[in-house]
Design a protein around this ligand. Structure first.
Ligand code: 4GT
Length: 254
């Protein structure tokens, strides 16, 4: 996947893309992160990309000219929709990171992870000129109900979330099949060596070697965590008879 980022602060993405799982994915050419400085597209001699808001008020707004030209520059490197034809190559979706967007969740991340390319537009200060949103933006995405100073950190959150869903990015030991949210249950507790740390023991079942029983215990712990911490996530429709039995056992215990 190619991720094109339009930002006033491209340096923020340099270290970010070299570490951990994303760093490895970039090295393996499973993801490519291309940054473009919106300021470089400003056609005024001071390379100014923001200006005061019409109607007054606090803060600055990113001007339509540098934004539009940077978007057009990136889009021009992809086949136009009508040229794409039967082969299915299409121009990448333009995503604006904004608190007004659809709130990111695992389902949306999984859909986006299947795209060959994405354009992420990062605003700063008070935001961007509405006309750019109206003309170019295909989707607005929020990472949660709070306000930040820029769209760069939300773009990083989106990239991290999407990248780990791209086939080949996670190793087999990091498999995502049984993880939080995709199946709408929270994770079970994790333990590693040593078996006793500072007097605290690892649950005996995990040392038993009984894989069937371990799986059952983990499912029960997932159900318990979800019921106690995020009951809103517990979709009772998808619980099996065995799940209800595991929940009943917990009830009897407490
Ligand atoms: C929050 C989010 C976001 C901001 C979010 C335009 C100028 C928006 C500052 C930017 N705050 N962007 N994407 N919750 N602030 O996702």
């Amino acid at each position: 996947m190619i991720i094109e980022i339009l930002t006033l602060f491209p340096e923020m993405f340099e270290a970010f893309q070299t570490f951990s799982i994303l760093g490895r994915a970039v090295e393996k050419n499973l993801v490519s992160i291309q940054t473009h400085n919106i300021r470089d597209f400003a056609d005024n001699k001071h390379k100014q990309a923001d200006d005061y808001p019409y109607g007054g008020g606090a803060g600055m707004v990113l001007m339509p000219q540098p934004l539009s030209d940077s978007i057009k520059h990136v889009l021009s490197r992809y086949p136009k929709e009508e040229q794409a034809g039967e082969l299915g190559a299409k121009s990448p979706k333009v995503i604006y990171l904004s608190p007004q967007g659809k709130v990111l969740n695992q389902k949306l991340a999984l859909q986006l992870s299947k795209e060959p390319a994405l354009i992420l537009l990062c605003g700063h200060y008070e935001g961007i000129d509405q006309r750019v949103i109206d003309r170019y933006v295909d989707m607005e995405i929020s990472i949660g109900d709070y306000v930040l100073t820029g769209g760069e950190i939300p773009a990083m959150v989106l990239i991290d979330c999407i990248t780990r869903l791209i086939p080949g990015v996670l190793g087999s030991s990091e498999s995502i099949l049984e993880e939080s949210h995709s199946n709408s249950l929270l994770e079970y507790p994790h333990y590693t060596r040593p078996a006793v740390y500072d007097g605290d023991e690892v649950p005996q079942i995990l040392l038993s070697g009984n894989h069937k029983e371990i799986e059952r215990w983990r499912r029960q712990q997932s159900l318990r965590n979800t019921m106690q911490k995020r009951p809103d996530l517990l979709n009772k429709e998808v619980l099996t008879k065995e799940d209800w039995k595991l929940l009943k056992e917990l009830e009897d215990f407490f």
